[in-house]
Write a protein that binds this ligand. Structure first.
Ligand SMILES: Cc1cc2nc3c(=O)[nH]c(=O)nc-3n(C[C@H](O)[C@H](O)[C@H](O)COP(=O)(O)OP(=O)(O)OC[C@H]3O[C@@H](n4cnc5c(N)ncnc54)[C@H](O)[C@@H]3O)c2cc1C
Length: 438
């Protein structure tokens, strides 16, 4: 009998797993997909908001494409309960699906600041396509938008909001912008840069309530003046979609605890993407990395393992890269490790900032800021990521980078970074060309 693979969640991790299974087995197994939403990429939603792409372009697989992959799809249905002892999943309409292997790739959901009025009309999250549609429908030229939260996801929205000619105010409870992505020096630079583009910024601001005010929203704070807004966007964090697993016996911490093969505490149940707590490549510790590259890699590794390969995963690299108003901002790995040896340098005339962090001769973290038009920034973002990801012993090149943090290329080449990364880049993929599925 053909192996029955059950995939729960049709986002980045789920679809990468499906494509990898099919690349390995050429259609021999059964694949069943259960997904509350039609497959689409959350990461491109800001481009839809900014009108760079049409809504139709956010989808990553059509029903016809899934049929071509021989996937039996239950779209618009939710997984309700998992019974690992009986190898059965029950859906929200009572349908029972048996499986041999199951992948949980249910992603995460946006969480709003717990203040009165946070759920009232005119207050939006921006995590799902329906939420994105809500924002698109509400923002007009000249609208005053208050963005609550100045983390990575909020920053992915800035260009789109400005392209829509909204008047933008960012409020952040922490004393700086991007508190989980860059340090204070970098954040001050970003703040100055954004103010030049007319963005108002209030850090250290604790929101206490959102009230209706004659067709607008009034935001109240612990200190400081109220703000009036036509629309409020909350980008105040996310939480893994785990509730439905209660009672299943699957071990859960901040995400589903997985081993180096991305298996949960139950051998034939895997987890991948935002919902999984896997290894961090740099620290070797368990971590939830709710980012696209992790979801993609997890999906590929799980897909290969479900298809019968035996692939151990080295761990995922924490990375955040965002461009706002033509300023590139990125950090990799243990960029805020207080115990690491660090060197930082600025080139104010170029709006450029670098911070490199070592443990011994190994680069364990990096932070980089610079204008997108500055070719050195663009190149160095990729090379710093590569150096941290490769984890090479830099030997004498450590001293070179310490003295010349703006001269990354010789160290990147001398450390043989590309050669070290190549086998990891194709991890989870078969070495045979992928032909049409029979
Ligand atoms: C606006 C925005 C911008 C982003 N920008 C970036 C970026 O620039 N770089 C980056 O690295 N990351 C970015 N991300 C994050 C990235 O999109 C996520 O990390 C990625 O989507 C995670 O993939 P996933 O497959 O784990 O989960 P998801 O893509 O969220 O997919 C989960 C799927 O599971 C389904 N589901 C949930 N619960 C159930 C259930 N009970 N039963 C059945 N199905 C269920 C959902 O409907 C969904 O289809 C961004 C996210 C957003 C929202």
């Amino acid at each position: 009998m053909a192996t029955r693979h059950l995939i729960v969640g049709g986002g980045t991790a789920g679809l990468n797993a499906i494509r990898t299974i099919r690349a390995h087995d050429r259609g021999e197994s059964e694949i069943v997909l259960v997904s509350a939403e039609r497959p689409y990429s959350r990461m491109v939603l800001p481009y839809y908001l900014g009108r760079s792409i049409a809504e139709a372009h956010v989808f990553t697989a059509t029903p016809a494409h899934l049929a071509q992959l021989q996937v039996q799809a239950h779209l618009g249905r939710r997984a309700a309960t998992l019974d690992p002892a009986a190898n059965r999943l029950t859906l929200d309409d009572g349908t029972v699906l048996p499986y041999d292997n199951c992948l949980i790739a249910t992603g995460s959901s946006a969480v709003r600041a717990p203040v009165p009025g946070a759920d009232s009309p005119g207050v939006h999250s921006f995590w799902t396509l329906p939420q994105a549609r809500g924002v698109v429908g509400e923002i007009r030229e000249g609208s005053h938008v208050v963005l609550v939260g100045a983390g990575f996801i909020a920053f992915t929205l800035l260009n789109a909001l400005l392209a829509r000619k909204a008047h933008l105010t960012i409020v952040e409870i922490a004393p700086q912008l991007l508190p989980r992505m860059i340090d204070r020096t970098g954040a001050e630079m970003v703040e100055k840069w954004l103010r030049r583009d007319g963005v108002a910024i209030r850090t250290g601001a604790t929101l206490t309530a959102i009230e209706d005010a004659q067709g607008q929203k009034r935001l109240r704070f612990r200190q400081g003046e109220d703000l009036l807004a036509d629309a409020v966007l909350m980008a105040t964090g996310i939480r893994a979609n785990l509730e439905w697993l209660q009672g299943s016996g699957i071990w859960v911490n901040r995400g589903i605890v997985v081993d180096d093969h991305l298996r949960s505490s139950v051998g034939n149940v895997y987890a991948a993407g935002d919902v999984a707590e896997g290894l961090d490549l740099v620290t070797g510790q368990p971590a939830v990395h709710a980012i696209e590259p992790t979801a993609m890699e997890h999906g590929r590794v799980v897909g290969a393992n479900m298809a019968g390969r035996n692939i151990a995963y080295r761990g995922s690299l924490l990375m955040n890269i965002v461009e706002v108003c033509h300023l590139d901002i990125a950090s990799f790995g243990a960029w805020d490790d207080p115990a690491a040896e660090a060197v930082a340098a600025t080139r104010p005339e170029r709006w450029a900032y670098r911070k490199l962090l070592w443990r011994g001769d190994r680069l364990v973290g990096a932070m980089i800021l610079g204008m997108s038009s500055d070719i050195w920034t663009t190149n160095d973002v990729g090379m710093l990521k590569g150096l941290v990801q490769a984890g090479s012993d830099l030997g004498p090149w450590k001293e070179h980078l310490r003295r010349h943090p703006f001269d990354i290329k010789p160290a990147f080449i001398a450390a043989g970074t590309t050669a070290r990364l190549l086998p990891q880049t194709i991890l989870g993929r078969p070495s045979v060309p992928v032909g049409p599925v029979m």
